[in-house]
Each structure stands twice: as structure tokens, then as C-alpha cells.
Design a protein around this ligand. Structure first.
Ligand code: G6Q
Length: 553
């Protein structure tokens, strides 16, 4: 292990840092202190525990924290050297040590003229070169100037990718629908389940359809299976004319060799780099479908939003740094309250896929039990991330958050300015956000319920204990720029937590084993003759049952 790697790997166990002990003490001292009590004691609590930056008002006053707890959390971040680790990331050091890679998604949104070096080479000009090529291509498609093999303009764009090569663009397309061209249909195929490809293409005209095959490695089973199916679908429409594929496929990848093998001209390939992790790649060429949908200018605004938050994270003191506060409060629940879950509740229908996106970002990054040095963690890491847009969730799972037995800290995100001004929808939407966080925090006591004249036998069922912690992100307006800021906010929150836990937030070895086993199993399922199975009893029986149902020996 060389000195540079050792510097990154040698991270103190957080539970051995003095601030961890202080926090354990704070937790004990807080005991069953309620939010009612905390607000009762401190008239300025809402001001004390809220931060305003970049059009985001972040109210964290409805959390089970006090000034002493926050002070200890900031000390923990300092003692864990989060700032140093952050600077190492921004500086292009190879902090992803298990893959020996730098982690530079922040360079993807750096403005022209910025300097970000990897091994002494400034990567920003290369980033902007690819963005320029993407822009020319996107404009051509948007204008109807990119013609399919029949001479008809492309009107449908289908991104084929999975995981990091799907979730970001799919989420962003929904989120920025209001800014997208109405002349284009944009779809996303990810699942190896044929139902996905079938349903996403059944009403499309192949002569007007282009596929963007998005895969960093260009070897992923799901993506390559869908890409081959797409090629057959196109060729069928052109009676097997092999030349047809050229106008209907482009690739986004780091693997030119495989792109060429598939039959896509590398002139129609948009590249990126090994220092861009899959789940951090929506600002790279992986965002090509987003750029086609909203246009290069708005795509730049999206990148600028990311960059705004990068700068906020990089330069703002910890005490006013939104992702830092967010990460620390999350860690407070995960490690000192047994909080196993966090709900993400955007009150905006356009953010329909936002929690799904964050699920990957957080859980694939920090869902780990091994520290950078190879030792097993002795504390909890990433909680389960889940959620869906409000108000729908209120009529479904919120019951459990209000009156269940588990602690579910939740993020409420909402935009003050509506994108569609229709009647009084927006005031009603906002009222629901504020009412929910109020009810979750302060609940309703038995006395209050009885005073309303409720039948004493029913009254206990109506008690809301309160003390359910929430963050409220009241943002100005949903725009490409604001979306960029919000996503980068979560990226850096993940970074803060990963740094303190001392894990590598940028690899994903846990995904590998299942992939390998599935590859080996495909011939066992499809073989004509009875395969010799060497799995465990359950797996062998399932394979046999499946083969029987499908009429195989
Ligand atoms: C993300 C992961 C993973 C990856 C997909 C797709 O960080 O690495 O979700 O993005 O497995 O990989 P390819 O882009 O290589 O097809």
C-alpha cells in the first residue's frame, strides 16, 4: 500500500473519536425529551435550526436535536476529517481505493476554464468537448434534422441502460417534463424482463425511433440483451437491411471496443471516464437523453445547479453547510437512535422517481459493512431509503409514520412556486406539507382528544405521540438548476456520512455476486437436456420446477 492510499484508508474509527462519546452522552441526556418541550424551551428554535442557501430553505428544527448535540456532531465531522477527505475528492485523489479510481463527478459540472486534474491532466476541457458534441447531436435530433434510415426524422428516443445508466436520466426526464420538448417521446428501458421492452416500444414507429445504448462497461447483461432486441426490432422494420442500424443507434460508454463490436460507429459514441461512478453519472454523456429532451441550454442550467451545490459544500463552514448538516443528522439517528430507515417525501408529482433515484445513490454508496481498511464496522451505516410523492403517501403508509412503533425520520421537499397554476391546488399541496410535519412533530395528547368530547374508549386510538422528526426543504421553484442543486445536496450528504463511517462510498462489490451467479444459471434454465445441478436444495428445486413449467426436461 503506497503512502497516498494509506492516507485515504487510515481513518480513525468514529466510535473512538471523542465526539462520538459526547454524542452517546447527549443521547442519554435527551432521554424521552419531546419536540414539544424543545420548542417550548426555545422561541428561536426555528431560526436557530434552519439554513438558507441557493433558493433552498432547510428547516431542521423539527429534529430531536439541541445546540449541544449539533455542536458535538460538527466536532465529529471535524475529528473524522470530513473536510480533508472532501478536498481530496475535489482534488482528484484516488479516494475510491478498491477500484483505484478518482471520484470526480464534480468535474462533470465544472464551468469552462476550471482546472481539475487527474494524475496531472486537466480533465475539464475534455468534459466540455464531449458536452459540445452532445449539444450538436441533441440539437440535430430536436430540430428533426437527424433522419432515420427511411429519411423520416427521429421523433422517439429510447434510452437503454440500467442502474446508474438509467435511474438518473429517467428521474430527470420526469422531473423536468415541464421543460421538455413536446415534439419528442422519450422512454427508458432498463429491465431484462421482456415486458419492459415490449411495453415501451409497442406504440412506436421504428422508422422514427432512435436508441441510446447507455452503459459504462457495455457488457451489462440487461442492457446488452435489450440492445440486441432493439437492433432486431429495427432491422425487422427495414427488412434486415444491416445499414439501417447506423441511423437508429448511438452509444454512451467508456468501452469503445465493445461499442464497435456491437456495430455502433464510434463516431456516434459519446464517452466518459472511469472516474465517473455509475450512480454519479447523470451529468456525463449518460445524460444524453435528458439533453435531447430539455435542450443543451437547460442541460447546462442543470449542471450549473449541481456546481452551485458543489461550491456550497466545498466552501461553506460546516455549521451552515446544508449537506453536512443533513448528513450529520442522518448519522445521529442511524447510530444513536437505532433509526433504520429514512423516508423521502417530495411534494411534487414531477419528482415521482426521486426517491427511487436516491435509493440507489444512498444505499449503493453507503450500504456497506467493511471499512476502507478492511475491518468490519461496529456501528450502523446506511438506513433503508424509500418514499414516494405526497400527498399520495398520506393516504397509504403515513399511518405507520404517525402511529407505528418505529422511528422514521423523513425529508419533506416542496417548491413554493407552482409550475402549473391551476385553481388553488398549490396552496392545498403546501398546506398538506406543513400540516404533516406539524402533526408528526407535536401530535395530539389524550387530554386534548378527551377535551374534544371524544368517547373515552376510542380516545387512546386517536392519540398521536408526536416526536416524529422531519426535515423540510422549502425550495423556490422546480427548474433544471434547482434539480441539480437538490441532487448534488444528496450526493454530498452521502459523502459526509461515508467519510465519517470510514467506508468507500464509491464501489459496489455487493452487486457482483448475484450477477455472476445469474450468468452461470442461464444455461441451466435453458438447456435442452437435463442439467446437472450443483446448487443448494432450494435453488435446485426451483430450477427444476421452472423447467417443468416451461416444458423442459
Ligand atoms: C452504479 C452501479 C450500477 C451501474 C449499472 C450499469 O453506481 O455501478 O448501477 O450503473 O450496473 O452499469 P453499466 O453502465 O456498465 O451498464
Amino acid at each position: 500500500m503506497n503512502a497516498a492510499v494509506r492516507r485515504i484508508v487510515d481513518r480513525k474509527r468514529p466510535d473512538r473519536l471523542p465526539a462520538w462519546k459526547t454524542l452517546a452522552g447527549r443521547r442519554k441526556a435527551m432521554g424521552g425529551t419531546t419536540l414539544r418541550e424543545l420548542f417550548g424551551k426555545d422561541r428561536d428554535r426555528a431560526t436557530r435550526f434552519s439554513v438558507e442557501a441557493l433558493g433552498i430553505h432547510f428547516d431542521h428544527s423539527k429534529h430531536l436535536i439541541d445546540a449541544a448535540t449539533m455542536k458535538a456532531l460538527f466536532s465529529l465531522a471535524r475529528q473524522a476529517k470530513v473536510e480533508k477527505h472532501r478536498d481530496a475528492m475535489f482534488g482528484g485523489e484516488r479516494i475510491n481505493v478498491t477500484e483505484n479510481r478518482a471520484v470526480l463527478h464534480t468535474a462533470l459540472r465544472a464551468p469552462k476554464g476550471a482546472v481539475v486534474e487527474v494524475d496531472g491532466v486537466n480533465v475539464v476541457p475534455e468534459v466540455h468537448k464531449v458536452l459540445g458534441r452532445m449539444g450538436t447531436f441533441a440539437n440535430k435530433v430536436r430540430r428533426g434534422a437527424w433522419k432515420g434510415h427511411s429519411g423520416r426524422p427521429i421523433r422517439n428516443v429510447v434510452n437503454i441502460g440500467i442502474g446508474g445508466s438509467d435511474l438518473g436520466p429517467a428521474m430527470a426526464y420526469d422531473a423536468l417534463r415541464k421543460f421538455a420538448s413536446d415534439d419528442l417521446t422519450v422512454r427508458f428501458v432498463s429491465n431484462v424482463d421482456a415486458n419492459d421492452f415490449f411495453e415501451k416500444t409497442r406504440d412506436l414507429d421504428p422508422r422514427e425511433t432512435m436508441f441510446i445504448v447507455s452503459s459504462k462497461t457495455f457488457t451489462t447483461l440487461e442492457t446488452m440483451t435489450n440492445a440486441h432486441t432493439a437492433r432486431r426490432w429495427i432491422l425487422k422494420a427495414f427488412k434486415g437491411d444491416i445499414k439501417a442500424a447506423a441511423k437508429h443507434f448511438v452509444a454512451v460508454s467508456t468501452n469503445a471496443v465493445e461499442v464497435e463490436k456491437f456495430g455502433i460507429d464510434t463516431a456516434n459514441m459519446f464517452g466518459f471516464w472511469d472516474w465517473v461512478g455509475g450512480r454519479y453519472s447523470m451529468d456525463s454523456a449518460i445524460g444524453l437523453s435528458t439533453m435531447i429532451a430539455i435542450g443543451p441550454k437547460r442541460f447546462r442550467e442543470l449542471l450549473d445547479g449541481f456546481h452551485d451545490m458543489d461550491e456550497h459544500f466545498r466552501t461553506t463552514p460546516l455549521e451552515r453547510n446544508i449537506p453536512v448538516i443533513q448528513g450529520l443528522i442522518g448519522l445521529w439517528y442511524a447510530d444513536f437512535w437505532g433509526g433504520g430507515t429514512v423516508a423521502i417525501l417530495p411534494y411534487d408529482q414531477y419528482l415521482d422517481r426521486f426517491s427511487a433515484y436516491l435509493q440507489q445513490l444512498e444505499m449503493e454508496s453507503n450500504g456497506k459493512h467493511v471499512r476502507l481498511g478492511g475491518d468490519h464496522v461496529k456501528w450502523d451505516t446506511c438506513p433503508v431509503i424509500w418514499g414516494q410523492p405526497g400527498t399520495n403517501g398520506q393516504h397509504a403508509f403515513y399511518q405507520m409514520i404517525h402511529q407505528g412503533t418505529r422511528l422514521v425520520p423523513a425529508d419533506f421537499l416542496v417548491f413554493a412556486e407552482p409550475l402549473n397554476r391551476i385553481g388553488d391546488h398549490h396552496d392545498k399541496l403546501i398546506a398538506n406539507v406543513f400540516a404533516q410535519t406539524e402533526a408528526l412533530a407535536f401530535g395530539k395528547t389524550l387530554e386534548e382528544i378527551l377535551a374534544e368530547g371524544v368517547d373515552p374508549a376510542v380516545a387512546p386510538h386517536k392519540v398521536m405521540e408526536g416526536n416524529r422528526p422531519t426535515s423540510t426543504f422549502l425550495c423556490e421553484k422546480l427548474s433544471p438548476r434547482m434539480l441539480g442543486r437538490l441532487i448534488a445536496m444528496y450526493e454530498h450528504k452521502v459523502f459526509v456520512q461515508g467519510s465519517i463511517w470510514g467506508i468507500n462510498s464509491f464501489d459496489q462489490w455487493g452487486v457482483e455476486l448475484g450477477k455472476k451467479l445469474a450468468q452461470a444459471m442461464i444455461p441451466e434454465l435453458s438447456a435442452k437436456s437435463r442439467p446437472r445441478l450443483k446448487h443448494d436444495g432450494s435453488t435446485n428445486a426451483l430450477i427444476r420446477k421452472y423447467r417443468k413449467i416451461r416444458g423442459r426436461k
